[in-house]
Unconditional design. Structure first.
Length: 375
């Protein structure tokens, strides 16, 4: 039977993600528009984006937060180009974006001592093989595979190298062991449903010390420069951005942070995301034609939930198209480099009721595609 109830909001894209519940652009504080980002007003707003991020995430004392250009990609590239080189590098690869960081480290930076630890889509690399005398680069959550690291227990407190973590689809949705992470990057358009183009860079005191003690041998593009005269540009971590940000996007981010605060902080957004994952987990448990791409339940992402469907690739794509045509699920096809399937965003801005309404439509679309193929 064709379901009768549709999701109120059918935006399940893995980025840009759905706006927060109750979002109204007219409610944004827009007094910064038309003003310089270097004005007292502009710097106050940007500084607030840094300090409120630190407060709501519960960052340890001494951790620095900056707004940087180029989304999460810009933030992690800035970190790799500025910090890698003094030690060997272990880099974990198990999906598309982590593969991109391998390419940058091996083919762009051309570092000589690199150990790549790989796994296929659906699996996690063997974390016991990581050498923490080296610097370690990894994603916390594989956005294109739906596989995350389960916790930070595999990272030693007494590591010699730095840990550089691309956590764009994890921050504000997963419990991050901040004391185990020296660099963390993310972007506004993921878990908080913010706007694109801006990245967030978080540095531990250990990372800051490396930044001041080490100068890479390669030329440093202006948008990556975090030092001046051999010292950290502290203004960068107080809202004095390297290039001109969108103050409209900053206002949108501050609105999202206020929403997080209303939920009790990051614990509130984590709980919402985990409740969303449970809706899909219960559905998968009741239907043998659909399964998680992540083989180990402990590594299942609670944001970018990737699913395999027992259909040929062309029929999976037909199923995705049918759901879009019906207006019940937009942008849920798997990432272009990933195995054919579904990718349903379950971050905190998605309403659990919308996911509950979507599940019967998945069954309906699956049956419709099967029937058409058999005719």
């Amino acid at each position: 039977m064709r379901p009768t109830v549709k999701p109120a909001i059918a935006n399940f894209s893995s980025g840009p993600c759905a706006k927060r519940p109750g979002y109204d652009v007219s409610a944004l504080q827009l007094n910064t528009l038309g003003r310089s980002h270097r004005s007292a007003l502009g710097k106050k707003a940007l500084g607030l984006a840094c300090t409120e991020t630190a407060r709501l995430l519960g960052l340890p004392e001494g951790y620095r937060v900056a707004v940087v250009p180029g989304s999460d990609t810009g933030a992690i590239e800035m970190a790799m180009w500025s910090l890698l080189g003094p030690r060997g590098v272990d880099v974990l690869e198990w999906e598309s974006f982590s593969a991109g960081w391998v390419t940058d480290i091996v083919k762009q930076l051309k570092l000589p001592d690199v150990n790549v630890i790989r796994a296929d889509y659906g699996d996690l690399p063997d974390l016991s093989k990581v050498n923490f005398n080296n610097d370690v680069v990894f994603v916390w959550n594989g956005t294109t595979s739906g596989v995350k690291v389960p916790d930070g227990n595999w990272i030693p407190a007494d590591r010699a190298g730095l840990t550089l973590c691309d956590a764009t689809s994890a921050v504000f949705a997963m419990d991050m062991p901040w004391d185990k992470l020296d660099v963390v990057t993310y972007s506004w358009q993921k878990v908080l449903g913010g706007e694109g183009a801006h990245g967030m860079l978080i540095l531990s005191p250990r990372a800051a010390a490396r930044l001041e003690s080490y100068s890479p041998p390669w030329p440093m593009p202006k948008v990556f420069r975090m030092k001046s005269g051999g010292k950290i540009n502290e203004g960068l971590f107080k809202g004095e951005t390297i290039n001109t940000p969108s103050m409209l996007c900053v206002a949108d981010y501050l609105d999202a942070l206020q929403w997080v605060d209303s939920l009790g902080g990051a614990s509130g957004t984590i709980a919402r995301s985990e409740a969303n994952l449970k809706v899909i987990a219960d559905f998968v448990a009741a239907n043998d034609w659909i399964s998680f791409l992540a083989k180990d339940p402990a590594t299942r992402s609670n944001t970018s939930v990737c699913l395999s469907v027992k259909l040929p690739e062309d029929q999976v794509k037909a199923m995705v198209k049918l759901l879009e045509t019906e207006g019940v699920a937009f942008d849920i096809g798997s990432y272009k480099d990933a195995p054919a399937g579904l990718r349903i965003w379950c971050g905190a801005t998605v309403q659990t009721a919308d996911l509950q309404a979507l599940m019967p439509w998945l069954t309906w679309a699956y049956q419709q595609v099967q029937t058409k193929a058999a005719a």
